[in-house]
Write a protein that binds this ligand. Structure first.
Ligand SMILES: Nc1ncnc2c1ncn2[C@@H]1O[C@H](COP(=O)(O)OP(=O)(O)OP(=O)(O)O)[C@@H](O)[C@H]1O
Length: 610
């Protein structure tokens, strides 16, 4: 029986050629990562050596890019080095890494962990040559080929310094990837904040260094001392001076960094773009998961020792550690809002002003954010713009309109001590409707045009006859504009007339204006549309003419009732009509503009003739 043989466990076979293809096309985003992987191995090897020989042990990486005189790219490190056995085991076994601890968990002080990084070099070269020497051992040479074979040679008698040298002869197409310019660009992008000097050979026989101090990750006193540098870093990052700088700390994952408040509103379509470094090595320049989704108003840069990279090292693993860190960093941003709101309200007002629309869009639908941010937002009221905190402090019963038109039409007659809020702007309506849930004791009342008109006082009985005559005379003047004149008594008495039209009426008026100028084909369509809409509105008993509501308490209206001069009466009514429309911020049509200039002209003539 052959069962015993079949059940014998055997190792997977790996086709290296297939693995290289998988790496280059599916795991890594492109050949440029070869340099990142080499820098990372060099940095880890130097850390290992420091662990053995003491943390003060010097160590650096030297890179020799491909030039006209040098066809071989080379990266040397002063790390721990490898002996022949380790080369066979570590370099040539896909998935084997020395950077895991006894529990097979990635070690916090090492960047690598997957045991595949070196293979990324096959994306630029067909052969990888590694020369290495461990302290007290012979130098060795490992030669790996993209076809899946390797050789190890002990170089007895060859005097190499302790450390490792990786050499690549890039394929024709990939030579550019190893050129001085590209190498400098990539090494800077990925490794400028590594705690190990990186030197790049220049054409005058010396080296340039690319290292920078990660000032964004400073903490404690050093952070206070280098405040200006941290701000300058943000200014370079944003291309403008940040509105403020917030220290970020995620103790759970050893994450430290800085969030810069954008001094401009980011375009609505832009998504968060925060830079994440792990142990000083860039992982993701445009990370979207590090901060809560609502933190659109900052750009953050952090360095972490505990967050986990995906195998491509181009994003973070979406695990619990990331979630906890996101909460911790979000808490720092929230604390900033609360702190600045108290210590520097002007700064917070500026922040809200810049990011108003974005903040409102979040607050309208996000309970968590609404709970601490709503109070700082502004709304328009008939008593001017004010913060929601001020609004709820001055009145618990909040009256608001649902549309901008309604707000403007009633604005003139709302008493200053009981302001009405404009809920017509985008998101404001939603936010206002949430106020009773966010602030204790707050109640809401929606103000509507129709009910407002009903609530205005009808003049005293003794005056009714005069009122009726006035209404009829004035309505006759405005008949051709589809406007009916009604008289009421209301404060303030300086307001002579209010123009009141609800949305349906306004739309109807625009359509009839359009019909006057439109072609006959469209006349039919518009007429039908108006008819069916009109029928529906009439059914609801809602279709009123637009109304000019004259104020019986206004001296001008009183004088006008005395006037028997029809010419003066009609010109003045027309002017009151246009003035009321302007006060309601309604656009004047051609007819109203003509009426305005004709009436003014006529009145001037009349006064001259008198
Ligand atoms: N420059 C070097 N000096 C010393 N040892 C090295 C060097 N480069 C690679 N190694 C050894 O070879 C192993 C495999 O390296 P490789 O780059 O393939 O993976 P890794 O760094 O362990 O993990 P990752 O895939 O996450 O980069 C490493 O774990 C390390 O032990």
């Amino acid at each position: 029986m052959s069962f015993a043989l079949e059940s014998e466990s055997r190792p997977f076979q790996v086709d290296l050629h297939g693995v290289v293809d998988l790496l280059s096309r599916h795991i890594y985003s492109g050949p440029q990562v070869y340099l990142r992987e080499l820098l990372q191995n060099g940095r880890d090897a130097i850390s290992s050596r420091r662990e053995l020989a003491g943390s003060g042990t010097p160590g650096q990486m030297r890179i020799f890019p491909v030039t006209a005189d040098n066809p071989v790219f080379r990266l040397d490190d002063d790390g721990v080095g490898l002996n022949a056995d380790e080369m066979g085991q570590l370099l040539a076994t896909v998935g084997r890494s020395s950077k895991r601890d006894i529990f097979d968990l990635p070690r916090e002080d090492r960047l690598g962990q997957f045991g595949i990084g070196l293979l990324s070099c096959f994306m630029v070269a067909d052969e990888i040559e590694v020369l290495s020497r461990k302290e007290g051992e012979s130098a060795v040479r490992w030669l790996g080929s993209a076809s899946g074979t390797f050789s190890v040679t002990v170089l007895d008698g060859v005097d190499l310094p302790v450390g490792t040298s990786v050499r690549l002869r890039p394929r024709g197409d990939d030579a550019e990837m190893c050129s001085p310019k590209k190498v400098t660009e990539l090494a800077t992008k990925y490794g400028q904040y590594l705690p190990v000097p990186i030197l790049i050979a220049n054409d005058s026989g010396g080296f340039d260094t690319i290292n920078r101090a990660p000032v964004f990750a400073l903490t404690g006193e050093a952070r206070v001392e280098q405040r200006d540098e941290i701000l300058e870093f943000g200014t370079q990052l944003l291309g403008a001076k940040p509105l403020d700088v917030i220290e970020l700390g995620g103790p759970a994952t050893g994450t430290r960094g800085t969030a810069y408040i954008l001094p401009y509103a980011p375009p609505p379509s832009t998504r968060a773009a925060n830079a994440v470094y792990l142990g000083g090595m860039l992982v993701d320049e445009r990370n979207q998961d590090l901060l809560p989704e609502w933190a659109f108003f900052v750009r953050a840069v952090v360095d972490s020792s505990g967050l986990k990279p995906t195998a491509s090292r181009e994003s973070l693993v979406a695990d619990e550690a990331l979630e906890v860190t996101r909460e911790e960093l979000g808490a720092a941003l929230r604390a900033w809002i609360l702190r600045v709101g108290i210590s520097a309200p002007h700064k917070l007002a500026e922040f809200v002003q810049i990011h108003q629309l974005g903040l409102k869009s979040l607050v309208a639908y996000d309970d968590e954010l609404a709970s601490f941010l709503t109070r700082w937002l502004n709304v328009e009221t008939t008593a001017g713009r004010m913060s929601i905190a001020d609004l709820v402090a001055r009145q618990k019963h909040i009256r608001y309109t649902e549309s901008l038109e309604e707000f403007r039409q009633i604005a003139a007659i709302v008493p200053a001590e009981e302001p009405v809020v404009n809920g017509g702007y985008v998101y404001d309506g939603e936010i206002i409707r949430r106020l009773p849930f966010l602030f204790e004791g707050v109640t809401l009342e929606k103000v509507e045009l129709a009910s407002l008109l009903d609530s205005l006082a009808v003049p005293a009985l003794a005056e009714r006859a005069a009122v009726l005559v006035f209404e009829q005379r004035a309505s006759a003047v405005l008949e051709s504009f589809d406007v009916k004149v009604t008289v009421r008594s209301f404060a303030p008495s300086e307001v002579s007339a209010l123009y009141l039209a609800d949305d349906a009426v306004l739309r109807g008026m625009q359509r009839s204006a359009a019909r006057r100028v439109a072609s006959s084909l469209w006349n039919d369509v518009l007429a039908k549309a108006e008819k069916s809409l009109g029928a529906a509105a009439e059914l609801k008993g809602q279709l009123n003419k637009a109304t000019l509501c004259a104020n019986w308490d206004n001296p001008l209206i009183q004088t006008l009732t005395q006037s028997n001069d029809e010419a003066v009466f009609s010109r003045t009514i027309k002017l009151l009509y246009v003035q009321a429309m302007l006060a309601a911020h309604l656009p004047l049509g051609v007819a109203q503009r003509r009426l305005l200039s004709e009436s003014l002209g006529d009145l001037v003539h009349l006064s001259l003739n008198h």
